[in-house]
Design a protein around this ligand. Structure first.
Ligand SMILES: *Cc1c(COP(=O)(O)O)cnc(C)c1O
Length: 766
């Protein structure tokens, strides 16, 4: 198969270029390999070899000279060290030791047990040795393929004429038009030939979890530590609904993170459940924090059940399921163990929505902070749903649903009814193959190293942002006049009993010690009082950057640079951030990170600062914006725009408003399912946001920022929750004042009326 070409053999040998018998023999072997179409990477020193190995994770074989000279060993790095380092990262890649027969007796057992064979280059012919290497490399490459992907490739290789769907028949249909041909050329023949349908028996069935699909799911379960894993081709949006439809029925009481994804809300509508909510904390910067541990205590939950007007006979009601977003959108991960402990007697099922943290299991930093952690205790049954495509390597919509069996029964045939209900009968096979590969990538040691790389890069960036701030401060006069972006993170780290500023803290400690990142009750940096020790952790790979504007006490400062302006600038310069708040934005360091990528971000932040400090004309900074709204923006500078926008947000005291918006929940009047029933039947009226007080809202309203629902379907704003109405009205006003920076509000219909943007919200007709 030509897919197995271009996987280099790394030869680490200091004599490769020497005019000795050994040097000549080595060169002959390299020549033979190249003639066989195996690229060879030559390394003359041990350190070079390490670099070659690290920068070629797809290498197919490694040949190491056992007798590296002291110079080639760089003083300290011996061949044995090399083998240890390689084996730590890759237990399977074939390693051959190049040595003399006589030397074998001197090779320690610890080395012998970790290599795949020897090369005696003065005794065997180069052709024989190259053949040996090639065979090992090919076997290894064939073995790295996970089951479904391998099956898919084999099937496509065989190139059968198909009489089944998809109707494009391996792409051929596309060739019958010009647009189709361009489509075909763009995606390539294999992508189209691998787009198969469920009628291919050789590949098993996703709906029945049979054949190689089933095998792939079982392998993934092993890798992710689940009792059972399901591949979901409709994203975590579908996975969440599968969890709920399999477990919750109409009238069941459920405990739900108010900071839940829309798909969980949809599941509540679809099942007819009665939700009671877990309220996340919010800090002075408008960052959404964790749901406090106390929210999970049995008495607190019981109190909520008693107070919910939609539950009759609350005394006899139990809670069926609890759903928690872990990690949160702002990168806070909970101790899943602690949540389970607290909910042990309260619910038979817990659903962790881990859309953003599918990597947690693979690095010790996150120990106990994900649903599929190891445990001996029989607590609630745990579901974890993960958007593999968001943070690992899979095609969009590729998600996994993991189950850890506990007290709540999950009977596969019954569960599968829900799976089938939410799965197409023509699932996208390339998504399945990517999930299979994603699981394989994380298997064994490689998962840890992949995650570690992302953590490492994030830490470099975090440290750099602090030192840059110090340099700017030192260089500006007067000193108070400086500004730079702040990273929301601990400023000090306890390092073997001495406290050090973050940039001075040891990297290995920061990478491996969860204690560095915990939101501890005695720390001030995070701004969430009343958290329990060790309960919530900031995930270092999710970096929230604060822009100037809100002081440490939550008061709005004189100078402010709204984050929307910064992220618009970044976007127009090729950097798309994950999420934008009022004075904060979030960037992600995922497995796709490359060294130096954060350097680009840093450079753009510097450029932004220079443009801001020079009050550069908006014509230069945002030319499109000025072209679209000349009357509004021409003749102004970047600093003018920030001053104006900040002035508006300060007059609205946005930080305080947001606190009030989420301090009290609107009153539940009917279940979300009932509100939705009214919506479908047309028993609803669009009402301008300014007039919704006293009305029962039929939809979920989620403003971005901050991205938490302010109203759920079936809830009503009253006098106590007037802040919500005020907030929506002010967002609407902001949109009108700052075209090009409009808020995104899900659940409202935006109508332009006399040059104003007005939000209409569907409310239940009285
Ligand atoms: C993105 C997301 C989802 C939905 O996942 P998709 O894979 O995009 O369907 C669910 N929950 C949370 C918390 C998310 O962020």
């Amino acid at each position: 198969m030509d897919y197995l070409e271009e996987f280099p053999v790394i030869v680490i040998d200091d004599e490769l270029h020497s005019d000795t018998a050994e040097g000549r023999a080595s060169r002959e072997i390299v020549k033979e390999l190249k003639e066989e179409n195996f690229p060879v990477i030559e390394a003359l020193t041990a350190r070079d070899g390490v670099h070659a190995f690290l920068s070629h994770p797809h290498a197919s074989c490694i040949v190491i000279d056992w007798e590296l000279s002291p110079e080639a060993a760089d003083g300290t790095l011996t061949a044995a060290d090399l083998i240890t380092l390689i084996r730590e990262r890759n237990p399977k890649i074939p390693i051959f030791l190049n040595t003399e027969k006589l030397a074998i007796s001197a090779i320690p057992l610890s080395v012998i047990s970790r290599i795949d064979g020897y090369i005696w280059k003065l005794e065997d012919t180069p052709g024989f040795i190259a053949g040996h290497i090639k065979r090992a490399a090919t076997n290894y490459l064939a073995d790295v393929l996970p089951p479904f992907f391998r099956g898919l490739m084999d099937y496509v290789e065989e190139y059968r004429y198909s009489w089944h769907t998809p109707g494009h028949m391996g792409g051929v249909a596309f060739l019958k038009s010009a647009a189709g041909r361009i489509f075909y050329n763009f995606f390539g023949e294999n992508a189209l030939r691998a787009d198969l349908s469920a009628s291919v028996q050789e590949l098993g069935s996703l709906l029945e979890h049979s054949g190689v699909v089933g095998e792939a799911e079982r392998k993934a379960a092993e890798v992710f530590g689940a009792d059972r894993t399901y591949f979901v081709t409709g994203g975590t949006s579908a996975a969440n609904k599968i969890v709920w439809l399999s477990t919750v029925t109409a009238g069941d009481v459920v405990l739900v993170d108010r900071n839940c994804h829309a798909s969980v809300m949809h599941a509540i509508v679809m099942t007819g459940a009665v939700p009671i909510y877990l309220i996340p904390a919010r800090n002075e910067y408008g960052i959404i924090g964790p749901v406090r541990n106390s929210e999970f205590h049995p008495e607190v939950v019981a109190e909520k059940v008693r107070n919910c007007p939609l539950i009759d006979d609350p005394a006899s009601r139990t809670v069926r399921m609890a759903a928690v977003t872990n990690s949160t959108y702002d990168g806070i991960c909970y101790s899943a163990e602690r949540i389970e402990e607290n909910l042990r007697e309260t619910v038979p099922y817990i659903h962790f929505d881990e859309a953003w943290s599918g990597y947690a299991r693979f690095h010790p930093l996150y120990a106990g902070r994900f649903g599929m952690h190891e445990t001996d205790a029989v607590g609630p049954t745990v579901f974890a749903t993960q958007s593999t495509h968001k943070v690992l390597a899979a095609f969009s919509q590729g998600s996994m649903l993991h189950v850890r069996q506990g007290r709540g029964v999950v009977d596969h045939p019954r569960f599968n009814e829900a799976f089938m209900m939410l799965t197409s009968t023509s699932p996208q096979y390339t998504i399945i193959a990517s999930l299979d590969v994603a699981a394989r990538m994380m298997a064994g040691h490689s998962g840890r190293f992949l995650v570690e790389e992302a953590i490492e890069e994030a830490i470099v960036f975090r440290k750099k942002m602090v030192t840059v701030a110090e340099e700017i401060r030192a260089g500006s006069s007067p000193r108070e006049d400086y500004w730079w972006f702040t990273v929301w993170q601990p400023d000090c780290i306890m390092d073997e009993k001495t406290e050090r500023a973050l940039p001075e803290a040891d990297d290995a400690l920061l990478r491996n010690h969860a204690g560095c990142w915990l939101l501890e009750p005695h720390d001030a940096w995070h701004g969430f009082p009343g958290l329990e020790e060790g309960y919530a952790m900031l995930d270092p790979i999710k970096v929230t950057i604060l822009t100037p504007g809100i002081g440490p006490g939550g008061e709005m400062e004189e100078r402010g640079i709204p984050a929307a302006v910064v992220t618009k600038y970044l976007r127009e310069n090729g950097i798309v951030v994950e999420k934008t708040g009022y004075y904060s934005f979030l960037v992600l360091f995922t497995l796709g990170i490359t060294k130096g990528k954060s350097g680009t971000l840093l450079a753009e932040l510097f450029r932004f600062k220079a443009l801001y400090d020079g009050n550069s004309p908006l014509e230069e900074v945002f030319p499109d914006l000025v072209r679209q709204h000349p009357a509004r923006f021409s003749g102004r500078g970047l600093a003018d725009l920030c001053r104006e926008m900040h002035g508006y947000l300060r007059d609205e005291s946005i930080a305080g408003t947001l606190r009030n918006v989420y301090a009290t929940l609107p009153e539940p009047v009917m279940t979300p399912a009932e509100a939705y029933r009214r919506l479908v039947r047309g028993e609803v009226t669009p009402v301008p946001a300014s007039d919704i007080e006293g009305k029962t809202v039929a939809v979920m309203v989620v403003p971005y920022p901050p991205g938490i629902p302010v109203i759920m379907p079936g809830e009503r704003c009253g006098p106590a929750t007037r802040a919500i109405v005020g907030y929506l009205v002010s967002s609407q006003e902001f949109d009108t004042l700052f075209p090009g920076f409009e808020n995104e509000v899900h659940g409202v219909d935006v109508v332009a009326e006399d040059g104003q943007r007005v939000y209409y919200v569907y409310c239940v007709t009285e």
